[in-house]
Design a protein around this ligand. Structure first.
Ligand code: ADP
Length: 217
């Protein structure tokens, strides 16, 4: 699903953010990517969504090598990937429903199918009661669920999350991680970056550990 082959990343004028990183995520697997702040977790996720390109090595997403595909193909490649970030960037002047529906509208998804798809995904994350509310009226955990619904509504094969529980207390954080675990059990490939080392242990899942740009597993 996602393969990194001896990947390195150096930002302009920066030190090496990743060095010789290799990994292969099997379809349907779930992994935690752990490491201290600055270890390279966000950089790895940005490479996996082709937001950044590697300085060396190969990144292969769903069979496509992002280092050699033309830029115009990248939006298509991203359709298979759902992303959830700590800073969820919801639209606060739109309802929960509209925030999620927008992800389909921008892809010219048939209007007749949007309602059903959005309702289903809101039910999946436990937000159906809140569909007509504005995000500002929801708790932090509920807002994060809206962001997760938005990432899922395109039915991605791969879900990438960067510190998705960073702003939440322990109980809400556990609930969000449990939700990701559920998606993995339904066959989605999931990679969650977190500095919370209790999560891989709690869920009994493998940990990919980054230390100053080098991966240990
Ligand atoms: P983490 O997500 O584990 O906190 P990052 O991937 O954000 O780590 O950062 C890894 C290293 O790359 C850090 O030294 C950081 O300062 C550097 N870095 C990240 N983004 C940029 C950028 N856009 N330009 C220059 N350096 C960056």
């Amino acid at each position: 699903m996602l393969t990194l082959d001896r990947v390195s990343k150096r930002y302009p004028h920066g030190q090496a953010a990743l060095q010789g990183v290799s990994l292969a995520l099997e379809p349907g697997s779930m992994h935690f990517l752990t490491g201290h702040s600055g270890a390279g977790k966000s950089t790895l996720l940005k490479l996996a969504t082709a937001i950044e390109r590697p300085s060396g090595g190969r990144v292969v997403i769903g069979g496509d090598d992002i280092t050699s595909i033309p830029r115009r193909r990248i939006p298509y490649l991203r359709r298979a990937i759902g992303t959830v970030f700590q800073d969820h960037k919801l639209l606060f002047d739109r309802t929960v429903y509209d925030n999620v529906a927008l992800a389909l509208q921008v892809r010219n998804f048939p209007r007749s199918k949007i309602t059903g798809r959005v309702q289903a995904v809101l039910a999946r994350v436990g937000l159906e009661r809140h569909r007509d509310k504005y995000p500002i009226t929801l708790s932090g955990g509920e807002q994060q669920r809206v962001a997760i619904a938005r990432a899922l509504v395109n039915k991605p094969d791969l879900l990438l999350a960067d510190e998705p529980t960073g702003n939440l207390d322990k109980q809400l954080g556990d609930e969000i991680m449990d939700l990701f675990y559920e998606f993995h059990q339904f066959g989605m490939t999931v990679l969650v970056a977190t500095h919370d080392l209790s999560q891989p242990q709690r869920l009994g899942l493998p940990q990919l550990q980054l230390q100053r740009g080098t991966l240990f597993s």
